[in-house]
Ligand binder design. Structure first.
Ligand code: FES
Length: 208
């Protein structure tokens, strides 16, 4: 396990909220009785504007909340949804925790790396795709699970991944896939169970 350090760059860029982003933040912060509770939404807005959370972003956000940049870093380093380096237009997060691992996330990782031409932790040279392995995405019943930007793709298979990447390469929208949409109908699952085929359920999902 690697420990992420407070990000510094030799030639630090400057950052401040764009006027329309600042206006959105001002609207959001009004909903919170304690201003500091709006720290995560503020960081999400900053990430949306800047692409990732740099040290300049943390300094700016710290100034807004009148806290130290290290306080901000404490939050940024905890949440994997907050990125400290540039990511692709389509950011793949593949769960590699136990449930997903047992259901085939290893094969998915190999297929995604092969299709995108990058390894986990990397961003493709054209900036279109990036990939990382993450811990539990909270969709253990629908493993293996891949999150692409904000959308979940549950019970994912290498074939499903092929279709998704081909569509995204062409700039097409790909709707999220929930476990319920790819699970076999109850009758088929019961039939498979009666036949003693322990893999039928997973295979059925995969083919869905
Ligand atoms: S183990 Fe993969 S979503 Fe929980």
């Amino acid at each position: 396990m690697s420990i992420e350090r407070f990000p510094h760059s030799a030639k630090e860029e400057s950052f401040e909220f764009a006027p329309e982003v600042r206006a959105e933040f001002d609207r959001i912060v009004e909903k919170y009785p304690v201003k500091r509770s709006a720290l995560i939404p503020a960081l999400q807005l900053a990430q949306k504007q800047n692409g990732y959370i740099s040290s300049a972003v943390m300094q700016h956000v710290a100034g807004i909340f009148d806290i130290s940049a290290m306080d901000v870093w404490g939050v940024v380093s905890f949440y994997s949804m907050l990125k400290t380096h540039p990511i692709g237009e389509y950011h793949f997060q593949l769960c590699s925790n136990l449930s997903c691992n047992l259901l085939g996330s290893g094969a998915l990782l190999r297929r995604i790396e092969e299709r995108l031409g990058i390894r986990a932790g990397e961003t493709r040279a054209d900036g279109k795709f990036s990939l990382e392995r993450v811990e539990c995405l909270g969709a253990c019943g629908g493993g293996p699970c891949v999150q692409i930007n904000v959308d979940y793709f549950e019970c994912a298979t290498p074939e499903m991944i092929d279709g998704i990447i081909s569509a995204l390469e062409k700039g097409e929208y790909v709707p999220p896939v929930g476990a319920d949409e790819v699970a076999p109908p109850p009758a088929a699952a019961a039939e498979a169970a009666a036949a003693g085929d322990g893999t039928a359920n997973v295979a059925g999902k995969a083919e869905g």
